[in-house]
Design a protein around this ligand. Structure first.
Ligand code: PSV
Ligand code: MN
Ligand code: MN
Length: 388
């Protein structure tokens, strides 16, 4: 049995959740470049997401963003998802595109605005009930731009109160995950800037509340894998929003900017038991494909996650621990780096084929003609909801 053979059972369990918004046209504040065949409905987004799963076997779940994703009949949407071979996952709320939220939402100084934002989340929970989704993800654009603009202390109390009201409406199997981000769109302070603040809030809420770690939401140089280790240790890592960045919240393809960082994160996931299907860690992507084709962009992303997972699983932990306890600094480092430098692509290709998947999902999708087909079929209409 090769070292790779020993990790295939774990690889087979990997589930990555893709974001519905990755299939729409997105861009910067300078220009949004269109692409032919862009989904005009949530159903078409699901059809595209299903392609990613069909070619990789890695992405059977699709995260929604409400109200970007809005349908009259949620049951019909979840039936359609099953028809195309995926299921609906996390519901992301949206309190950042409404005039009333100019000065915040769940942390706003006005109780009426806070109530409106709470009600929005209760609506999300109703949708989750219908589609069978377990996770409500909250990311807040709340914050201030200037020192003195708001009472940052009281806003924490208002936020805690709002979150408690939402939490009280969760079903027994449902969870709340609170995402943090240290800047943007607010630039002086945000109300949930870091993992510690998110952790403080979710801990106060209870055992159904967790932290969401978006890899693009940290100051440059932050040791993200340390945060992963800590949250797993505390039992509060609910989900990842994976993407990669060179400068800020770039939302580029995960593993593109810094594969080694992704490897280090995956190693800490392994170390903390996060790959155990019962760990409750949801591995989501939160990306935008501005200039590349969306579906191949997502295929590349899930394959990057798979490759770095495989390498992380190849770390010889017995040898590593021996080197660590012997104080063998360079020996330990070499064991770690050996796994990182292992090219797993050939093994993964053969393993995929043995499971009835294409050895090279990127190539197989390219040759399928799906992009040309949707470009031809999807004429008329406007693209399905998207923002930010
Ligand atoms: C905010 O930057 C964020 O990462 C949150 O997860 C949002 O839900 C997502 O982007 C989409 O805008
Ligand atoms: Mn995110
Ligand atoms: Mn983000």
């Amino acid at each position: 049995m090769t070292a790779f053979d020993a990790i295939t059972d774990q690889l087979a369990q990997q589930v990555i959740e893709v974001p519905s918004w990755a299939y729409g046209n997105s861009g910067t504040r300078f220009r949004v470049f269109g692409s032919p065949g862009t989904p005009r409905t949530v159903f078409e987004k699901l059809a595209d997401a299903a392609q990613v799963n069909a070619y990789t076997g890695l992405a059977p779940r699709v995260a929604l963003h409400y109200p970007w994703d809005k349908v009259d009949d949620w049951k019909a949407l979840s039936d359609y998802a099953a028809e195309v071979g995926v299921e609906l996952g996390t519901v992301n709320s949206n309190t950042f595109q409404d005039e009333d939220y100019k000065f915040g939402s769940l942390a706003h100084h006005d109780p009426a605005v806070r109530q409106k934002a709470i009600d929005h989340h209760l609506e999300c929970i109703e949708i989750m009930d219908i589609i069978g989704s377990t996770d409500l993800k909250i990311w807040l654009a709340d914050g201030t731009n200037y020192p003195g603009q708001g009472d940052i202390r009281r806003r924490q109390d208002w936020l805690a109160d709002s979150l408690a009201k939402i939490y009280a409406s969760l079903g027994a199997e449902q969870r709340l995950v609170l995402e943090y981000k240290f800047f943007e769109p607010a630039f002086y302070h945000t109300d949930v800037p870091d993992w510690g603040t998110s952790f403080a809030h979710v801990s106060a809420l209870g055992e159904k509340a967790f932290v969401c770690l978006d890899t693009g939401h940290h100051a440059p140089g932050t040791n993200i894998e340390f945060i992963v280790a800590q949250l797993l240790r505390l039992g509060k890592l609910g989900s990842f929003d994976f993407n990669s960045r060179f400068y800020a919240d770039d939302d580029l393809i995960v593993g593109a900017a810094d594969p080694f960082q992704l490897f280090r994160i995956m190693y800490e996931v392994r170390r903390g038991g996060g790959f155990d299907p019962n760990s409750g860690v949801a591995f989501m992507l939160d990306q935008c494909h501005n200039v590349e084709d969306k579906i191949p962009g997502q295929i590349r992303s899930v394959l990057n996650v798979q490759e770095m997972t495989a390498r992380a699983l190849l770390v010889d932990t017995v040898e590593l621990e021996a080197a660590q306890t012997a104080g063998d600094v360079l020996g330990a480092s070499a064991i770690f780096m050996d796994a990182f430098y292992t090219d797993v692509r050939g093994d993964l290709a053969r393993w995929r084929e043995s499971r009835g998947l294409p050895a090279d999902p990127m190539k197989a999708f390219r040759e399928s003609g799906y992009l040309a087909k949707i470009a031809e079929e999807r004429v008329g209409g406007t693209q399905a909801g998207w923002g930010a």
